[in-house]
Design a protein around this ligand. Sequence first.
Ligand code: AMP
Ligand code: MG
Length: 484
Amino acid sequence: MDTIVSPWPLDNSYARLPDRFYARLPPTPVATPRLVKLNLALARQLGLDPEALASPEGVAMLAGNHLPEGADPIATAYAGHQFGNFVPQLGDGRALLLGEVIDTTGVRRDIQLKGAGQTPFSRRGDGRAALGPVLREYLISEAMHALGVPTTRSLAAVTTGEPVYRETVLPGAVLTRVASSHIRVGTFQFFAARGDVEGVKLLADHVIARHYPDATGYRDLYEKVIARQAALVAQWLCIGFIHGVMNTDNVSIAGETIDYGPCAFMDTYHPETVFSSIDQYGRYAYAKQPQIGGWNMARLGEALMSLFAADADEALKLANESLATWNVQFGRALIAGLRRKLGLFTEQDSDGELAQTFFNVLADNGIDFTQAFRRLGEGTARGLFEEPTAFDAWEQRWRQRIAQEPQDGATRREAMRLANPIYIPRNHKVEAALGAATERDDYGPFEELLTVLAKPFEERAEFAAYALPPSEEEQRNFRTFCGT
Ligand code: AMP
Ligand code: MG
């Protein structure tokens, strides 16, 4: 494969770790690369030249047909608990890390091609991605970013001109994914499961240098990862996001949302909402996410434990002490987020109960989650209820509560506007955009949806339809691109 000069100088700190951390191999070229989406703002933030990326040479790189200067492509090794069952070897089965760039703010970020061909970790998979799921990840990750949630980003989507075979024949595509790193809980598990204590230590040192330079030791690292993950899951709950596949191989050590497979945003609020058809038992339902997040952190503790103390019993005791910080951190992050959503500036012990009662009222009455909070701030939430008795009683309590704060109404309305999005990637809009792109090669709806979601807190009259939950017919037509 040719290496061509590009304005894309890559470094490879992960590839300088020992050979057992990855498999080194180039992407598998594709037939006819065509750029369908380039993230201009992100390209600039990364210090990359958008024009060069959009040129034929650039598109060839984004497809894996040419390697940018300095690339040292690798498929990283990792393990993971999938739906509770441990799999000692997963690894990048269809993604290749090309290398890292230092962005314009000095942060090192991975450039990964997802759908770049088979690797030694592909098992029975084809190493490829279909266009629908690629565009879905692009949309939802960029929406999450605009909502202020830590996430991997999407730099580009390229079609390959090759079919991929799923339940039907679909157009193939490659997503260029950008992340603070692609190191997962499962990466630590990979080494721990092999008794490779040195591997665990090398990885921990790499993670401290890259993501947690303030960490004072390995236990402190563990607690800092817990704190970031707790804050992340709390943010998900505050926007009605359901990740859908919170396996330990899909949990980023840097605390970013990663792996947008069967994820979705709730329309009607219900705590047991599940979207993923592969999540038969509701393990990853909306309201289960805090508990599962803690479970995943327990698995990380097991993987790191050998670094905490030489004596196994002592190490376990220390791991458990650190794990206990999950509940504290999560509780703190969630109540802070809920206070923001309810327009509360001060703290009272009963605030958690006040919020919980609101959630119950929404669930009992089948109310749209996003609209309920947005309209609460605007003073029009009552109109969402056919039978507003329970809401009225709750609203009276809430009004008494906010009357005890010094902030005036305008200040509160503005704060609530910034805490409660009007636009989220609603499933029926996402599916309509993907359908137009994949079936009719019409990227208009996809582009418009991206435009709407780039400013989720800013109401714009021309996009009123995007703020609405699906009609009954739209709800019926909804199917996910859950198969990846
Ligand atoms: P995921 O469910 O996307 O988190 O993926 C779980 C594992 O399956 C990871 O090791 C992926 O790399 C691998 N995988 C998923 N899809 C494919 C595919 N089409 N070809 C090869 N490996 C895949
Ligand atoms: Mg994954």
